[in-house]
Design a binder for this molecule. Structure first.
Ligand SMILES: [Zn+2]
Length: 187
């Protein structure tokens, strides 16, 4: 058994530092490395985060732990934020939540005809979006999103209203496929 114990000199020779060795060997670090920080969080999961190992970074009495998110990203999170549930992902959870909220609000405001983004957005009424077949859409002077359109044989056809230019551009593509399938030109 004796030869399985790591020797400091060997560890330093092979890994440069004790921490590197612990990291490479996927071992919990020795107590002294996180003395005063109570429990070892290695292997625990908090939301989407799985704790891999403690870092050397601290904030007051708080240690940063290196975590892997279920989305694949890795990030350092303060112990308190993990334990108290403040941080539950690398940030991807917040992004998803933001998009969900945005969509809900967008749908809601679209129904009630309330302005979605902000005043400045409304002022850009006369600006073009820079994307062909995509224009800001207003109802009674209120910005509701972007509308996909196409001009085919001197007539305008619409492909729906969307909260982002990207989505509207996709809708415009569909219109192109529909109307320009056989003949091109126009618009
Ligand atoms: Zn993530």
């Amino acid at each position: 058994m004796q030869q399985n114990l790591p020797y400091r000199s060997t560890v330093y020779r092979y890994f440069g530092s004790w921490n590197n060795f612990l990291k490479e060997a996927n071992l919990s670090p020795a107590r002294k490395h996180f003395k005063g920080y109570k429990k070892d969080l290695t292997g625990k999961t908090y939301g989407r985060l799985t704790v891999l190992y403690p870092t050397n970074k601290k904030s007051g009495d708080n240690l940063y732990w290196h975590c892997k998110c279920s989305c694949g990203k890795e990030t350092d999170v303060l112990r308190n934020n993990l334990v108290q549930g403040t941080t539950r992902s690398c940030g991807c959870l917040n992004q998803e939540q933001y998009i969900r909220n945005f969509r809900e609000t967008w749908e809601e405001r679209r129904k009630t005809g309330t302005s979605m983004i902000n005043q400045r957005e409304q002022l850009s009424k006369n600006n073009r979006t820079g994307v062909k077949g995509v224009s800001p859409y207003y109802s009674k002077g209120v910005f509701l999103g972007y509308r996909a359109y196409i001009t085919y044989k001197r007539k305008q056809y619409y492909g729906g209203i969307f909260p982002t230019i990207k989505e509207t551009a996709a809708a415009r593509k569909k219109l192109e496929n529909k109307y320009f399938n056989t003949e091109s030109k126009d618009d």
